[in-house]
Design a protein around this ligand. Sequence first.
Ligand SMILES: Nc1ncnc2c1ncn2[C@@H]1O[C@H](COP(=O)(O)OP(=O)(O)OP(=O)(O)O)[C@@H](O)[C@H]1O
Ligand SMILES: [Mg+2]
Length: 423
Amino acid sequence: MQQGDGSIIAAVDIGTTKVCTVIAEVRDDEINVVGVGWTENSGVSKGTIINIAETTEAIKKSVEKAEEMAKVRIDTVLASISGKHINGMKGHGETALSNQRQKEITEEDKHRAMEGATSVRLSHDRETLHVVPIQYIVDTQDEIEDPLGMTGMKLEVDAYMITGSITSIDNVKKVVERAGYHCEDMILQGLASSQAVLYPDEKDVGVLLLDIGGGTTDIALFYRKSLRFVRVIPVGGQFITNDIVQGLQTPKYVAEELKKKYGMSEAAQAADPAGESAAPGEMIEVPDMGSSKVEKVERSTLTKFIKPRVQELIKFVEEELKKEGIDRSMYAGGIVLTGGTAQLKGIDRLFKEEMNLRVRIGAPLKEKIVGLYDIVSTPEYATVIGLIEHYIREHGHESFTGGGGGSMGGVWSWLKKNIFDKI
Ligand SMILES: Nc1ncnc2c1ncn2[C@@H]1O[C@H](COP(=O)(O)OP(=O)(O)OP(=O)(O)O)[C@@H](O)[C@H]1O
Ligand SMILES: [Mg+2]
Protein backbone atom coordinates (compact mmCIF):
# COMPACT_ATOMS: atom_id res chain seq x y z
CA MET A 1 0.00 0.00 0.00
CA GLN A 2 1.41 3.40 -0.94
CA GLN A 3 0.93 6.58 1.06
CA GLY A 4 2.63 9.77 -0.04
CA ASP A 5 6.01 8.64 -1.33
CA GLY A 6 6.26 5.95 1.33
CA SER A 7 4.84 2.44 1.57
CA ILE A 8 2.69 1.24 4.44
CA ILE A 9 4.13 -2.04 5.69
CA ALA A 10 2.60 -4.16 8.45
CA ALA A 11 4.36 -6.94 10.32
CA VAL A 12 3.01 -9.52 12.74
CA ASP A 13 5.25 -11.40 15.15
CA ILE A 14 3.49 -14.57 16.24
CA GLY A 15 5.25 -15.36 19.51
CA THR A 16 4.64 -17.88 22.25
CA THR A 17 3.41 -15.29 24.74
CA LYS A 18 2.11 -12.52 22.49
CA VAL A 19 1.15 -11.53 18.98
CA CYS A 20 2.61 -8.17 18.20
CA THR A 21 1.89 -5.97 15.19
CA VAL A 22 3.72 -2.93 13.88
CA ILE A 23 2.46 -0.74 11.06
CA ALA A 24 5.07 1.58 9.57
CA GLU A 25 5.29 4.09 6.80
CA VAL A 26 8.53 3.25 5.06
CA ARG A 27 10.63 5.51 2.90
CA ASP A 28 14.08 4.77 1.54
CA ASP A 29 15.91 5.94 4.61
CA GLU A 30 13.41 5.68 7.45
CA ILE A 31 10.84 3.48 9.08
CA ASN A 32 8.14 5.62 10.61
CA VAL A 33 6.26 3.49 13.16
CA VAL A 34 2.64 4.67 13.11
CA GLY A 35 0.79 1.85 14.85
CA VAL A 36 1.56 -0.87 17.40
CA GLY A 37 -0.72 -3.66 18.63
CA TRP A 38 -0.06 -6.24 21.32
CA THR A 39 -2.23 -9.19 22.38
CA GLU A 40 -1.50 -12.10 24.67
CA ASN A 41 -1.50 -15.42 22.89
CA SER A 42 -1.93 -18.93 24.18
CA GLY A 43 -2.26 -20.63 20.80
CA VAL A 44 1.49 -21.08 20.38
CA SER A 45 3.72 -23.43 22.32
CA LYS A 46 7.52 -23.30 22.09
CA GLY A 47 7.27 -21.19 18.96
CA THR A 48 4.91 -23.56 17.12
CA ILE A 49 1.21 -22.93 16.51
CA ILE A 50 -0.85 -25.48 18.44
CA ASN A 51 -4.24 -23.77 18.33
CA ILE A 52 -5.37 -22.24 15.03
CA ALA A 53 -8.52 -20.55 16.36
CA GLU A 54 -6.82 -18.86 19.32
CA THR A 55 -3.86 -17.66 17.29
CA THR A 56 -6.17 -16.37 14.54
CA GLU A 57 -8.12 -14.41 17.13
CA ALA A 58 -4.92 -13.00 18.68
CA ILE A 59 -3.70 -11.87 15.24
CA LYS A 60 -7.02 -10.15 14.52
CA LYS A 61 -6.96 -8.27 17.82
CA SER A 62 -3.32 -7.33 17.53
CA VAL A 63 -3.64 -6.00 13.97
CA GLU A 64 -6.87 -4.15 14.77
CA LYS A 65 -5.17 -2.38 17.69
CA ALA A 66 -2.31 -1.31 15.44
CA GLU A 67 -4.74 -0.19 12.74
CA GLU A 68 -6.66 1.91 15.22
CA MET A 69 -3.50 3.62 16.35
CA ALA A 70 -2.23 4.14 12.81
CA LYS A 71 -5.65 5.11 11.46
CA VAL A 72 -5.13 2.95 8.39
CA ARG A 73 -6.64 -0.32 7.21
CA ILE A 74 -4.24 -2.96 6.04
CA ASP A 75 -4.83 -6.11 4.04
CA THR A 76 -1.33 -7.57 3.79
CA VAL A 77 1.23 -8.47 6.45
CA LEU A 78 4.66 -9.96 6.96
CA ALA A 79 4.62 -12.82 9.46
CA SER A 80 7.25 -14.44 11.67
CA ILE A 81 7.96 -18.12 12.07
CA SER A 82 9.94 -20.13 14.62
CA GLY A 83 9.94 -23.52 16.33
CA LYS A 84 12.36 -26.38 16.64
CA HIS A 85 11.44 -27.69 13.17
CA ILE A 86 13.65 -24.91 11.73
CA ASN A 87 16.94 -26.09 10.30
CA GLY A 88 19.82 -24.50 8.44
CA MET A 89 22.52 -25.88 6.17
CA LYS A 90 25.25 -24.79 3.83
CA GLY A 91 24.97 -25.24 0.09
CA HIS A 92 27.33 -24.72 -2.83
CA GLY A 93 26.50 -23.80 -6.42
CA GLU A 94 28.46 -22.92 -9.51
CA THR A 95 27.96 -21.81 -13.06
CA ALA A 96 30.25 -21.48 -16.07
CA LEU A 97 30.58 -17.93 -17.32
CA SER A 98 30.68 -16.80 -20.89
CA ASN A 99 34.12 -17.34 -22.38
CA GLN A 100 34.05 -13.92 -23.99
CA ARG A 101 36.87 -12.21 -22.14
CA GLN A 102 35.29 -8.91 -21.27
CA LYS A 103 31.82 -10.20 -20.47
CA GLU A 104 30.81 -9.02 -17.02
CA ILE A 105 28.96 -11.10 -14.39
CA THR A 106 25.26 -10.28 -14.38
CA GLU A 107 22.38 -10.79 -11.94
CA GLU A 108 21.36 -13.76 -14.09
CA ASP A 109 24.75 -15.43 -13.50
CA LYS A 110 24.39 -14.89 -9.75
CA HIS A 111 20.92 -16.42 -9.84
CA ARG A 112 22.16 -19.45 -11.76
CA ALA A 113 24.91 -20.07 -9.20
CA MET A 114 22.42 -19.66 -6.32
CA GLU A 115 20.04 -22.09 -7.99
CA GLY A 116 22.79 -24.69 -7.82
CA ALA A 117 23.36 -23.96 -4.13
CA THR A 118 19.70 -24.59 -3.38
CA SER A 119 19.21 -27.68 -5.47
CA VAL A 120 19.57 -30.01 -2.47
CA ARG A 121 16.77 -32.52 -2.30
CA LEU A 122 14.59 -31.81 0.72
CA SER A 123 12.40 -34.44 2.31
CA HIS A 124 8.76 -34.15 1.20
CA ASP A 125 7.69 -32.55 4.49
CA ARG A 126 10.15 -29.62 4.36
CA GLU A 127 10.27 -26.32 2.53
CA THR A 128 12.89 -23.61 2.00
CA LEU A 129 12.29 -20.39 3.92
CA HIS A 130 15.45 -18.39 3.17
CA VAL A 131 18.65 -18.64 1.17
CA VAL A 132 21.41 -16.15 1.85
CA PRO A 133 24.77 -15.94 0.10
CA ILE A 134 27.85 -16.41 2.32
CA GLN A 135 30.47 -15.69 -0.32
CA TYR A 136 30.92 -15.69 -4.07
CA ILE A 137 34.01 -17.11 -5.71
CA VAL A 138 35.16 -15.99 -9.16
CA ASP A 139 37.72 -18.48 -10.51
CA THR A 140 40.19 -18.65 -7.62
CA GLN A 141 39.27 -15.45 -5.83
CA ASP A 142 37.01 -16.07 -2.85
CA GLU A 143 35.26 -13.98 -0.18
CA ILE A 144 33.57 -11.81 -2.77
CA GLU A 145 30.50 -10.04 -1.41
CA ASP A 146 29.01 -9.14 -4.77
CA PRO A 147 30.56 -10.34 -8.04
CA LEU A 148 28.37 -8.11 -10.20
CA GLY A 149 30.45 -6.52 -12.96
CA MET A 150 33.51 -8.74 -12.42
CA THR A 151 34.87 -10.98 -15.18
CA GLY A 152 35.91 -14.64 -15.01
CA MET A 153 35.41 -18.19 -16.26
CA LYS A 154 33.49 -19.69 -13.36
CA LEU A 155 31.21 -18.25 -10.68
CA GLU A 156 30.68 -20.20 -7.47
CA VAL A 157 28.61 -19.38 -4.41
CA ASP A 158 28.47 -20.67 -0.85
CA ALA A 159 25.04 -20.06 0.60
CA TYR A 160 23.15 -20.73 3.82
CA MET A 161 19.73 -22.24 3.41
CA ILE A 162 17.02 -22.23 6.06
CA THR A 163 14.22 -24.77 5.92
CA GLY A 164 11.14 -25.52 7.99
CA SER A 165 8.39 -28.10 8.23
CA ILE A 166 5.64 -27.61 5.64
CA THR A 167 2.94 -28.15 8.26
CA SER A 168 4.29 -25.39 10.50
CA ILE A 169 4.75 -23.03 7.55
CA ASP A 170 1.21 -23.76 6.33
CA ASN A 171 -0.17 -23.12 9.80
CA VAL A 172 1.38 -19.66 9.89
CA LYS A 173 -0.16 -18.91 6.48
CA LYS A 174 -3.46 -20.31 7.65
CA VAL A 175 -3.74 -18.20 10.82
CA VAL A 176 -2.80 -15.02 8.97
CA GLU A 177 -5.31 -15.72 6.19
CA ARG A 178 -8.07 -16.74 8.57
CA ALA A 179 -7.52 -13.50 10.42
CA GLY A 180 -8.31 -11.80 7.10
CA TYR A 181 -4.87 -10.82 5.78
CA HIS A 182 -2.66 -11.80 2.90
CA CYS A 183 0.74 -13.12 4.03
CA GLU A 184 3.27 -11.33 1.81
CA ASP A 185 6.33 -13.00 3.29
CA MET A 186 7.31 -15.26 6.17
CA ILE A 187 10.57 -14.57 7.97
CA LEU A 188 12.43 -16.59 10.59
CA GLN A 189 12.22 -14.82 13.95
CA GLY A 190 15.94 -15.08 14.71
CA LEU A 191 16.84 -13.64 11.32
CA ALA A 192 14.40 -10.77 11.77
CA SER A 193 15.65 -9.97 15.27
CA SER A 194 19.27 -9.94 14.03
CA GLN A 195 18.35 -7.38 11.43
CA ALA A 196 16.86 -5.09 14.07
CA VAL A 197 19.48 -5.29 16.83
CA LEU A 198 22.93 -6.12 15.44
CA TYR A 199 25.52 -3.58 14.38
CA PRO A 200 27.28 -4.18 11.04
CA ASP A 201 30.66 -4.32 12.84
CA GLU A 202 29.43 -7.12 15.10
CA LYS A 203 28.26 -9.12 12.09
CA ASP A 204 31.64 -8.61 10.50
CA VAL A 205 33.78 -9.69 13.49
CA GLY A 206 31.40 -12.53 14.37
CA VAL A 207 28.49 -12.42 16.76
CA LEU A 208 26.00 -14.76 18.33
CA LEU A 209 22.48 -13.45 18.57
CA LEU A 210 20.15 -15.10 21.06
CA ASP A 211 16.50 -14.06 20.98
CA ILE A 212 15.25 -15.48 24.26
CA GLY A 213 11.48 -15.22 24.22
CA GLY A 214 8.80 -16.95 26.27
CA GLY A 215 8.95 -20.39 24.69
CA THR A 216 11.98 -20.44 22.41
CA THR A 217 15.52 -19.25 22.06
CA ASP A 218 16.37 -18.38 18.47
CA ILE A 219 20.09 -18.60 17.69
CA ALA A 220 21.59 -16.74 14.74
CA LEU A 221 25.33 -16.53 14.12
CA PHE A 222 26.91 -13.97 11.80
CA TYR A 223 30.52 -14.02 10.69
CA ARG A 224 32.24 -11.86 8.09
CA LYS A 225 28.97 -10.05 7.51
CA SER A 226 26.90 -13.08 6.59
CA LEU A 227 24.59 -15.51 8.31
CA ARG A 228 26.34 -18.80 9.10
CA PHE A 229 24.06 -20.67 11.45
CA VAL A 230 20.52 -20.71 12.82
CA ARG A 231 18.75 -22.98 15.28
CA VAL A 232 15.73 -22.78 17.54
CA ILE A 233 15.92 -24.19 21.05
CA PRO A 234 12.49 -24.80 22.59
CA VAL A 235 13.36 -23.11 25.90
CA GLY A 236 12.48 -19.60 27.07
CA GLY A 237 11.24 -17.42 29.92
CA GLN A 238 8.09 -19.45 30.57
CA PHE A 239 10.24 -22.26 31.91
CA ILE A 240 11.80 -19.92 34.45
CA THR A 241 8.35 -18.76 35.56
CA ASN A 242 7.18 -22.38 35.90
CA ASP A 243 10.18 -23.24 38.06
CA ILE A 244 9.36 -20.32 40.36
CA VAL A 245 5.72 -21.47 40.55
CA GLN A 246 6.84 -24.92 41.60
CA GLY A 247 9.68 -23.82 43.82
CA LEU A 248 7.80 -21.16 45.76
CA GLN A 249 4.33 -22.75 45.42
CA THR A 250 2.94 -19.42 44.31
CA PRO A 251 0.43 -18.53 41.53
CA LYS A 252 1.80 -18.06 38.03
CA TYR A 253 1.07 -14.32 37.85
CA VAL A 254 3.01 -13.79 41.09
CA ALA A 255 5.94 -15.86 39.84
CA GLU A 256 5.97 -13.82 36.63
CA GLU A 257 5.91 -10.57 38.59
CA LEU A 258 8.69 -11.65 40.97
CA LYS A 259 10.81 -12.83 38.06
CA LYS A 260 10.47 -9.51 36.27
CA LYS A 261 10.95 -7.40 39.37
CA TYR A 262 13.92 -9.14 40.97
CA GLY A 263 15.41 -11.55 38.47
CA MET A 264 18.73 -12.94 39.66
CA SER A 265 19.63 -10.61 42.46
CA GLU A 266 23.01 -10.82 44.07
CA ALA A 267 24.23 -9.82 47.49
CA ALA A 268 24.57 -6.03 47.70
CA GLN A 269 27.85 -4.73 46.38
CA ALA A 270 29.47 -1.41 46.99
CA ALA A 271 29.07 -0.36 43.37
CA ASP A 272 25.45 -0.83 42.49
CA PRO A 273 24.24 2.34 40.88
CA ALA A 274 21.10 0.69 39.55
CA GLY A 275 20.17 -0.49 43.02
CA GLU A 276 19.32 -3.89 41.63
CA SER A 277 21.24 -5.97 44.12
CA ALA A 278 19.61 -7.41 47.18
CA ALA A 279 20.80 -6.55 50.65
CA PRO A 280 22.01 -9.72 52.40
CA GLY A 281 19.03 -11.45 53.94
CA GLU A 282 16.49 -9.14 52.26
CA MET A 283 13.05 -10.70 52.46
CA ILE A 284 10.25 -10.60 49.90
CA GLU A 285 6.59 -11.50 50.32
CA VAL A 286 5.30 -14.49 48.40
CA PRO A 287 1.55 -15.28 48.38
CA ASP A 288 0.78 -18.98 48.64
CA MET A 289 -0.94 -20.87 45.84
CA GLY A 290 -4.61 -21.54 46.65
CA SER A 291 -4.72 -19.91 50.09
CA SER A 292 -4.52 -16.41 51.48
CA LYS A 293 -1.26 -17.14 53.31
CA VAL A 294 1.72 -14.90 52.51
CA GLU A 295 5.18 -16.24 53.21
CA LYS A 296 8.38 -14.32 53.54
CA VAL A 297 11.37 -15.73 51.70
CA GLU A 298 14.86 -14.44 51.10
CA ARG A 299 15.09 -12.54 47.83
CA SER A 300 18.11 -14.57 46.86
CA THR A 301 15.92 -17.71 46.86
CA LEU A 302 14.60 -16.58 43.49
CA THR A 303 18.09 -16.80 42.03
CA LYS A 304 18.24 -20.43 43.15
CA PHE A 305 15.32 -21.21 40.84
CA ILE A 306 16.25 -18.94 37.95
CA LYS A 307 19.99 -19.50 37.64
CA PRO A 308 19.97 -23.25 36.87
CA ARG A 309 17.47 -22.66 34.05
CA VAL A 310 19.61 -19.99 32.45
CA GLN A 311 22.71 -22.18 32.92
CA GLU A 312 20.84 -25.02 31.24
CA LEU A 313 19.97 -22.74 28.33
CA ILE A 314 23.63 -21.72 27.99
CA LYS A 315 24.56 -25.39 27.90
CA PHE A 316 21.99 -26.06 25.15
CA VAL A 317 23.33 -23.17 23.09
CA GLU A 318 26.93 -24.38 23.51
CA GLU A 319 25.90 -27.90 22.53
CA GLU A 320 24.22 -26.69 19.34
CA LEU A 321 27.34 -24.74 18.38
CA LYS A 322 29.56 -27.69 19.17
CA LYS A 323 27.43 -30.08 17.11
CA GLU A 324 27.91 -27.78 14.13
CA GLY A 325 31.65 -27.48 14.79
CA ILE A 326 31.46 -23.72 15.33
CA ASP A 327 34.57 -22.33 16.90
CA ARG A 328 34.61 -19.39 19.37
CA SER A 329 36.63 -17.38 16.89
CA MET A 330 33.46 -17.19 14.79
CA TYR A 331 31.74 -15.09 17.45
CA ALA A 332 34.67 -13.15 18.80
CA GLY A 333 32.42 -10.07 18.80
CA GLY A 334 30.46 -11.66 21.62
CA ILE A 335 26.84 -12.36 22.36
CA VAL A 336 23.82 -10.14 21.90
CA LEU A 337 20.78 -11.09 23.97
CA THR A 338 17.34 -9.94 22.88
CA GLY A 339 13.68 -11.01 23.26
CA GLY A 340 11.69 -10.44 26.45
CA THR A 341 13.89 -12.67 28.62
CA ALA A 342 16.96 -10.58 27.77
CA GLN A 343 15.49 -8.15 30.32
CA LEU A 344 15.91 -10.65 33.15
CA LYS A 345 18.08 -8.96 35.75
CA GLY A 346 21.54 -10.50 35.89
CA ILE A 347 21.20 -12.54 32.69
CA ASP A 348 23.98 -10.64 30.91
CA ARG A 349 26.31 -11.11 33.87
CA LEU A 350 25.64 -14.84 33.99
CA PHE A 351 26.24 -15.26 30.24
CA LYS A 352 29.47 -13.32 30.60
CA GLU A 353 30.65 -15.49 33.50
CA GLU A 354 29.73 -18.76 31.84
CA MET A 355 30.83 -18.04 28.29
CA ASN A 356 33.58 -15.56 29.00
CA LEU A 357 32.68 -13.21 26.17
CA ARG A 358 31.39 -9.70 25.63
CA VAL A 359 27.63 -9.66 26.23
CA ARG A 360 25.16 -6.89 25.52
CA ILE A 361 21.40 -6.59 25.59
CA GLY A 362 20.01 -5.76 22.17
CA ALA A 363 16.85 -3.85 21.29
CA PRO A 364 15.76 -2.36 17.94
CA LEU A 365 18.44 0.14 16.92
CA LYS A 366 17.23 3.69 16.62
CA GLU A 367 19.19 4.63 13.50
CA LYS A 368 16.38 4.24 10.97
CA ILE A 369 13.29 4.24 13.16
CA VAL A 370 11.19 7.32 13.74
CA GLY A 371 7.64 7.88 14.97
CA LEU A 372 6.66 5.67 17.89
CA TYR A 373 10.23 4.51 18.54
CA ASP A 374 9.78 4.71 22.30
CA ILE A 375 7.08 2.04 22.23
CA VAL A 376 9.17 -0.39 20.19
CA SER A 377 12.53 0.28 21.83
CA THR A 378 12.59 -2.81 24.08
CA PRO A 379 13.89 -6.31 23.26
CA GLU A 380 10.41 -7.87 22.86
CA TYR A 381 9.99 -5.77 19.71
CA ALA A 382 13.20 -6.94 18.05
CA THR A 383 11.43 -9.52 15.89
CA VAL A 384 8.52 -7.42 14.68
CA ILE A 385 10.74 -4.45 13.76
CA GLY A 386 13.23 -6.85 12.20
CA LEU A 387 10.49 -8.33 10.00
CA ILE A 388 10.06 -4.95 8.33
CA GLU A 389 13.80 -4.25 8.11
CA HIS A 390 14.57 -7.69 6.68
CA TYR A 391 11.81 -7.39 4.10
CA ILE A 392 12.97 -3.95 2.94
CA ARG A 393 16.56 -5.15 2.66
CA GLU A 394 15.57 -8.16 0.56
CA HIS A 395 12.87 -6.70 -1.63
CA GLY A 396 12.82 -2.90 -1.30
CA HIS A 397 9.83 -1.23 0.31
CA GLU A 398 8.04 -0.44 -2.96
CA SER A 399 7.36 -4.10 -3.63
CA PHE A 400 5.12 -4.43 -0.56
CA THR A 401 1.84 -4.18 -2.39
CA GLY A 402 0.17 -7.37 -1.42
CA GLY A 403 0.05 -8.58 -4.97
CA GLY A 404 3.71 -8.48 -6.02
CA GLY A 405 5.06 -6.10 -8.63
CA GLY A 406 7.33 -3.19 -7.79
CA SER A 407 11.08 -3.42 -7.65
CA MET A 408 12.81 -6.69 -6.91
CA GLY A 409 15.74 -6.63 -4.59
CA GLY A 410 17.89 -9.60 -3.57
CA VAL A 411 18.74 -12.91 -5.11
CA TRP A 412 16.41 -14.74 -2.75
CA SER A 413 13.36 -12.80 -3.90
CA TRP A 414 14.24 -13.69 -7.48
CA LEU A 415 14.64 -17.37 -6.61
CA LYS A 416 11.36 -17.41 -4.73
CA LYS A 417 9.47 -15.89 -7.61
CA ASN A 418 11.13 -17.81 -10.38
CA ILE A 419 12.09 -21.13 -8.89
CA PHE A 420 10.37 -22.09 -5.64
CA ASP A 421 6.92 -20.73 -6.46
CA LYS A 422 6.93 -22.82 -9.61
CA ILE A 423 7.87 -26.13 -7.98
N1 LIG B 1 11.84 -7.70 32.90
C1 LIG B 1 11.78 -9.00 32.61
N2 LIG B 1 12.51 -9.88 33.32
C2 LIG B 1 12.46 -11.19 33.04
N3 LIG B 1 11.72 -11.74 32.07
C3 LIG B 1 10.98 -10.90 31.32
C4 LIG B 1 10.97 -9.50 31.53
N4 LIG B 1 10.13 -8.93 30.64
C5 LIG B 1 9.64 -9.94 29.90
N5 LIG B 1 10.13 -11.12 30.30
C6 LIG B 1 9.82 -12.46 29.78
O1 LIG B 1 9.96 -12.46 28.38
C7 LIG B 1 9.13 -13.48 27.83
C8 LIG B 1 8.40 -12.93 26.64
O2 LIG B 1 9.33 -12.49 25.70
P1 LIG B 1 8.95 -12.28 24.18
O3 LIG B 1 7.85 -11.30 24.09
O4 LIG B 1 10.20 -11.98 23.48
O5 LIG B 1 8.43 -13.74 23.83
P2 LIG B 1 7.60 -14.26 22.58
O6 LIG B 1 8.08 -13.57 21.37
O7 LIG B 1 6.14 -14.17 22.88
O8 LIG B 1 7.95 -15.81 22.58
P3 LIG B 1 8.89 -16.69 21.60
O9 LIG B 1 9.76 -15.76 20.84
O10 LIG B 1 9.63 -17.56 22.54
O11 LIG B 1 7.94 -17.46 20.76
C9 LIG B 1 8.18 -13.92 28.93
O12 LIG B 1 8.56 -15.21 29.41
C10 LIG B 1 8.39 -12.86 30.01
O13 LIG B 1 8.22 -13.39 31.31
MG1 LIG C 1 9.70 -13.92 20.07
